[in-house]
Design a binder for this molecule. Structure first.
Ligand SMILES: *[C@@H]1O[C@H](CO)[C@@H](O)[C@H](O)[C@H]1NC(C)=O
Ligand SMILES: *[C@@H]1O[C@H](CO)[C@@H](O)[C@H](O)[C@H]1NC(C)=O
Ligand SMILES: *[C@@H]1O[C@H](CO)[C@@H](O)[C@H](O)[C@H]1NC(C)=O
Ligand SMILES: *[C@@H]1O[C@H](CO)[C@@H](O)[C@H](O)[C@H]1NC(C)=O
Ligand SMILES: *[C@@H]1O[C@H](CO)[C@@H](O)[C@H](O)[C@H]1NC(C)=O
Ligand SMILES: *[C@@H]1O[C@H](CO)[C@@H](O)[C@H](O)[C@H]1NC(C)=O
Ligand SMILES: *[C@@H]1O[C@H](CO)[C@@H](O)[C@H](O)[C@H]1NC(C)=O
Length: 427
């Protein structure tokens, strides 16, 4: 699916060519609030009565880009130095293409200011770039919140804001973009919970890593159709929702390392038949590996190191046909199959409790851990529906086995919602 995006990207940019100026005279007041005072306009940019735009949509883009330039406080590589005058299609980082609804005119189809180290905020005027399908501004020093006017960018398919210093809660406005397929917010300072709406959006790729997102993973995570979900290096806690199994036909890479995820790995991860990379390392997972993991027939890399996992690493897992890098170091595994110690593959079993292997934990540490056995069948994880009839103090939770959310069967999920409000509760 990612390759599909790159094709879109390529077609878009390869079809762009210099704008044909068709001599439409610029007219003042087109979007209100503009008044000409000595060549300066209250909108905040230089505007000149004799400027000639290719078409009114380019003029809108000029206003947006001029306001943006005005809000930039530092541009060390002078990337926006030529952002002047009516020929917006010749601006650095601005890509024009034929309008989808009018092949006779050029419009601003994409923006790419990657690596500019530009500092400033995004002005609300960016909402006027409503022909733009791609905004890539990664590796800059943009700060602040995203303007809510971005909701108006109805053509946006790819938003890459990574490696900036954006702050605030998850930018919900982006989820209102009807065509959004690629959302990359990694390496910023977003905080708060990841909203459940993210997983209802028809995205191909989701990068939220290296922020300060906290709280539990929404239990509807399995509704997502992403092929890549990278949530690493946040403050996420709680269990991995069992609905993750519903991503079996689409999920290719799942990376949740270095959070505060607890509980057992759900049996349902065994359904992820398309997965090639599964990384939950550096969390607080407990219990043994679900046997279902030996069904991960496309898996190439498994990273479960640095948790509190126990039990046996079995041949079913170590012999998976495509697995070549399996790191389960820094846990409390007490045994591993001899197949796990293969010289052709990279297996890291260090710092466990496997008597037959070198570089293991001390006996004391291992015997301490073995005194606290974990029964994953009795663990309570999000995404499972509980009938709500348990006696208090009784930890024998009874799950209704085939009830998970996130599947395509809408009848069933409707039924579940009704049950939720009447007799039960979601964990
Ligand atoms: C107005 O724009 C035109 C065309 O870009 C330019 O030739 C002219 O010098 C500008 N006038 C002022 C006052 O900036
Ligand atoms: C963008 O906004 C302008 C002005 O509001 C409007 O005329 C134009 O049709 C919009 N374009 C798209 C693609 O929605
Ligand atoms: C990011 O912004 C915060 C304040 O919002 C500031 O303290 C921090 O230094 C900034 N980081 C970078 C890398 O600019
Ligand atoms: C993991 O093990 C360490 C060391 O025994 C212990 O301090 C910690 O509380 C354990 N964490 C969980 C989530 O069980
Ligand atoms: C672990 O599994 C292997 C086979 O996969 C088996 O030979 C071994 O006895 C098991 N160890 C324990 C403690 O169950
Ligand atoms: C295997 O995975 C580990 C853990 O992510 C990584 O550190 C190591 O570099 C990988 N090995 C190879 C050969 O890529
Ligand atoms: C799933 O739920 C249905 C309806 O509640 C029930 O009839 C069926 O036996 C259940 N199947 C399993 C495998 O638990």
């Amino acid at each position: 699916m990612l390759s599909e995006l790159f094709i879109i990207f390529f077609v878009f940019f390869s079809s762009s060519f210099p704008c044909a100026i068709s001599h439409i005279q610029a007219s003042f007041g087109i979007s209100g609030g503009f008044s000409n005072e000595n060549g300066k306009v209250k909108g905040g940019f230089n505007f000149n009565a004799s400027m000639v735009f290719g078409n009114t949509r380019l003029e809108h883009s000029f206003k947006a880009l001029s306001a943006w330039k005005k809000s930039i406080i530092h541009d060390p590589f002078h990337m926006t130095a030529n952002w002047d005058g009516p020929d917006v299609c010749s601006y650095n980082g601005v890509f024009c293409a034929k309008a989808l609804d009018d092949p006779n005119i050029d419009v601003v189809g994409g923006l790419d200011l990657t690596g500019g180290e530009i500092a400033g905020e995004l002005p609300k005027e960016l909402g006027m770039l409503n022909d733009t399908a791609l905004i890539h501004i990664n590796s800059n020093k943009f700060t602040g919140n995203l303007p809510s006017s971005l909701t108006g960018l109805s053509m946006l398919r790819e938003v890459d804001l990574s490696n900036n210093n954006f702050t605030g809660p998850f930018p919900m406005d982006l989820l209102n973009l009807p065509g959004l397929k690629y959302l990359d917010l990694r390496y910023n300072n977003f905080h708060g919970e990841i909203p459940k709406e993210v997983f209802e959006k028809d995205l191909d790729a989701l990068f939220l890593n290296d922020n300060q997102f906290s709280g539990s993973l929404p239990k509807n995570i399995g509704k997502s159709k992403v092929s890549v979900a990278v949530l690493a290096n946040n403050e996420l806690s709680g269990c991995i929702p069992s609905s993750i199994g519903e991503m079996s036909s689409t999920l290719n890479e799942f990376i949740l390392s270095n959070n505060k995820i607890s509980g057992c790995l759900p049996e349902e991860i065994g359904s992820l038949r398309e997965a090639t990379v599964f990384d939950v390392s550096f969390n607080s997972l407990i219990g043994s590996l679900p046997e279902s993991m030996s069904r991960l027939s496309n898996i190439e890399e498994i990273r479960i190191s640095n948790n509190n996992l126990t039990g046996n690493v079995t041949s079913g897992l170590c012999e998976l046909p495509k697995l070549w890098n399996f790191s389960f170091s820094d846990n409390y595994f007490s045994d591993e199959d001899s197949k796990c110690d293969s010289s052709e593959k990279t297996y890291d079993d260090r710092n466990n409790c496997i008597p037959s292997r070198p570089e293991q934990k001390s006996e004391d540490e291992c015997s301490e851990a073995s005194k606290q056995p974990v029964d994953c069948a009795k663990m309570c994880c999000p995404g499972k529906f509980h009938s709500g009839r348990q006696r208090s103090g009784d930890f024998k939770w009874s799950f209704s086995g085939n009830v998970t959310i996130g599947h395509d069967n809408s009848d069933r999920s409707n039924k579940l919602e009704r049950e939720e409000s009447s007799t039960g509760v979601w964990y």
